[in-house]
Design a protein around this ligand. Structure first.
Ligand code: B12
Ligand code: SF4
Length: 523
């Protein structure tokens, strides 16, 4: 049977990275089936397009996965597939929480023939067999023979054949430049960011997050050996095609068990499996100097930190009191001293927020080493403790906000700020953090680092700007480049005049931190 796995586009950004679930399920598909993958972010498709594709390619089963924010599009695509007589199975966090919605049991239309609840590693082969036999059930739950929930241990993890998977749709280098850039240095003809998981689960239970409920408290890890093997495979592929690869460790909290993370990073270094990588780690775990040394030595370049707020009362209100705003600066300096930078994520519209929260947050951010701040709104995702609290209090203004997704729009009333003002604060955050002046200042603030770091932060800032400001077409990019021409020319000029590596000025904070870095971090 031919199976199509499809992930809908988010309609706003062109996702920089493919979705892991598709590759994982492809690897877990029993032999004898052909699995085709389409990520709508890289290969846009509409309802008529998917129906045509399914017919032309004689697809026998379509699997669709989606987050809440893409679910409306996912349902429309599922409807189009079912309308041409091909069964659809849906999975992922949204339908796991609201299976009745997907199955039309809540009074609305039916969109899926079957729903895979939770982690589908063990149920997927059964779903495929049932589809072959025309016996799809409504619900597939990961349970043992006694009906008890059973989560995959990850100790046995399917090898994902990264050396042979067609990754053409995920090359971030524009087609027009691939041949020219292939000849630059070790080769830049391809640049891909690949998702790799080393473990699942986070027990912290932040109120707005689905992870603790979905992946559960039992934290599970792959073996170091299996992760290292995967990195070596990716590294070899990039080398063979004269391209570059970076890895996004998509674990919810990559250092949730610091001892184990350190042991993995040591094994990566020992095996020479270092690639540039990004991971999500909560600020409290980054107090550990040895961990940060190993992050840098193993190829860590960007750490995503869910800071959420600089107000301890806000943090306490969403069960994230373990975040200590007083230590944010130290954490970021510890990273920057090892040339590791941070993506700092903030949420506005929390219950203690008032007008001016964006500027107050930006004021703090400006005192930190330059990084990539991002701003969003508190969103009640289905089945989270936050959703239940707001529902009970009658504060949800759009209880089914996903049916009519609006980017950066609230779905409940905050306590001390209006919905409009909260949305405006997010706009102010993006506007001021990503203005040409702010970008230039961020780049200039790193003038004691080699040129490469400043180019890195410039490119990252220009790309991250697109999370909020529409920046998909060529014209939008030309405009952004024109607006930021001063800093771009400054770096180009520096490149030509040869100031590639010489540090000019080292701020006192960076010197202290750099002096305390162990030799491992400086390799
Ligand atoms: C990586 C990631 C991203 C990436 C993008 C996704 C990508 N390209 O991989 C980035 C960083 C861009 C991102 C952004 C966002 N993300 Co995100 N992200 C994740 C993260 C950390 C990992 C996803 C992953 O690969 N997991 C590992 C795989 C194996 O798990 P999985 O996808 O759930 O798949 C398993 C099952 O769900 C199931 N399954 C999934 N799909 C399908 C389909 C079929 C047919 C079947 C049978 C089974 C099945 O089988 C798989 C194997 O067991 C998750 C948290 C998490 N741990 O999952 C959050 C998560 C998915 N993100 C979330 C959110 C909210 C967002 C944002 C909306 C945040 C924001 N406010 O801006 C944005 C929006 C993205 C966008 N622009 O569209 C939420 C989604 C909750 C929800 N109800 O939708 C999650 C769960 C985190 C959370 N805090 O709650 N994200
Ligand atoms: S620390 Fe991150 S992954 Fe863990 S519960 Fe909180 S928001 Fe979710």
């Amino acid at each position: 049977m031919k199976i199509l796995l499809y992930n809908p586009d988010n309609g706003v950004t062109r996702n920089f990275m493919p979705h892991l679930w598709m590759f994982l399920l492809q690897s877990l598909t029993p032999p004898g089936h052909e699995v085709l993958l389409i990520d709508g972010n890289a290969q846009p498709m509409d309802e008529a397009g998917i129906a045509r594709y399914v017919i032309e390619n004689k697809i026998g089963l379509v699997g669709i996965g989606a987050m809440t924010r893409m679910i409306a599009k996912a349902y429309r695509m599922a409807d189009a597939v079912r309308a041409v007589g091909v069964p659809v199975v849906m999975g992922g966090p949204h339908v796991t929480e609201l299976a009745d919605e997907a199955l039309g049991r809540d009074g609305g239309p039916r969109h899926a023939d079957a729903v895979a609840l939770g982690e589908a590693d063990d149920t997927w082969p059964r779903i495929v067999e049932d589809a072959v036999n025309g016996k799809l059930q409504d619900i597939y739950a990961p349970v043992d023979d006694a009906g008890k929930e059973k989560k995959p241990s990850l100790q046995v993890y399917p090898p994902i054949p990264w050396d042979s998977i067609d990754l053409a749709q995920f090359n971030l280098i524009p087609h027009a430049f691939t041949s020219m850039l292939g000849k630059v240095g070790a080769g830049w003809g391809t640049f891909r960011i690949i998702p790799v998981e080393s473990g699942r689960g986070c027990p912290y239970g932040c109120e707005f997050c689905t992870v603790t409920g979905f992946f559960g408290d039992p934290i599970r890890f792959r073996t170091n050996e299996s992760v290292v093997k995967e990195l070596l495979l990716l590294k070899a592929r990039a080398g063979a095609e004269k391209g570059q690869i970076a890895v996004f460790f998509i674990d919810d909290n990559f250092a949730i068990n610091p001892r184990r993370t350190k042991s993995l990073l040591r094994d990566i270094i020992a095996a020479g499996a270092q690639v540039h990588w990004v991971a999500q780690i909560s600020a409290n775990l980054l107090r550990d100097e040895e961990l940060v040394d190993l992050i840098a030595a193993s190829g860590g370049k960007w750490i995503f930190i869910g800071m959420e707020s600089i107000d301890p009362a806000n943090l306490a209100s969403v069960n994230k009191g373990f975040n200590k705003p007083g230590e944010y600066a130290a954490v970021l300096e510890r990273l920057a001293a090892r040339n590791v930078f941070a993506i700092t994520s903030f949420i506005f519209g929390m219950d203690n927020d008032t007008v001016g929260v964006a500027e107050r947050t930006l004021k703090e951010i400006r005192t930190w080493p330059a990084g990539l701040p991002i701003f969003g709104l508190l969103t009640p995702l289905p089945a989270t403790p936050l959703y239940k609290r707001l529902q009970t209090a009658g504060r949800l203004t759009r209880p089914k906000h996903w049916q009519e997704f609006i980017p950066f729009a609230m779905a409940h009333t905050p306590e001390k700020i209006s919905i409009e003002d909260a949305q405006n604060e997010v706009r102010i955050g993006w506007d001021r953090a990503y203005s040409p002046e702010a970008i230039e200042k961020a780049v200039d603030s790193l003038d004691y680092k080699p040129l490469g770091y400043r180019i890195n932060i410039l490119l990252a800032r220009l790309c991250f700007r697109g999370i909020y400001f529409p920046q998909m077409g060529k014209f939008a990019w030309v405009k952004v480049i024109a607006q930021n021409r001063r800093v771009i020319f400054k770096l180009i000029k520096e490149g030509f005049t040869g100031r590639l590596d010489a540090p000019l000025r080292v701020p006192a904070t960076a010197m202290t931190a750099e002096a305390s870095a162990t030799p491992a971090a400086k390799q």
